[in-house]
Write a protein of this length. Structure first.
Length: 94
């Protein structure tokens, strides 16, 4: 099973969105050997991103969470991990 890293900001989004975090983790865990990090601060996101070793990185949060994760990857010289693919989006069921 492929390893993946999930950067998850529990303070991001609406109450309804926060309820989806468990669904997101469960869904991703079916496809990946998943390591999850719950973010604490901007600096925490950047420093954690600099230490990511997995080849698949998934960010769940707002614009800031994504931006700071990308910054950490860039500082670590891991531009090879930066990309976008709609097939990796998990949409909540309605």
């Amino acid at each position: 099973m492929e390893k993946a890293f999930l950067m998850l900001n529990p303070r991001s989004g609406t109450r309804e969105g926060k309820l989806q975090f468990f669904n997101i983790v469960n869904t991703l865990s079916e496809k990946y050997d998943l390591r999850v990090h719950l973010t604490k601060s901007t600096q925490d996101i950047i420093e954690t991103a600099k230490e990511i070793t997995e080849q698949t990185v998934i960010v769940c949060g707002g614009d800031g969470t994504l931006s700071h994760t990308l910054e950490g990857l860039r500082l670590a010289g891991r531009e090879d991990l930066i990309g976008y693919g709609e097939e990796c989006l998990v949409r909540p069921e309605r």
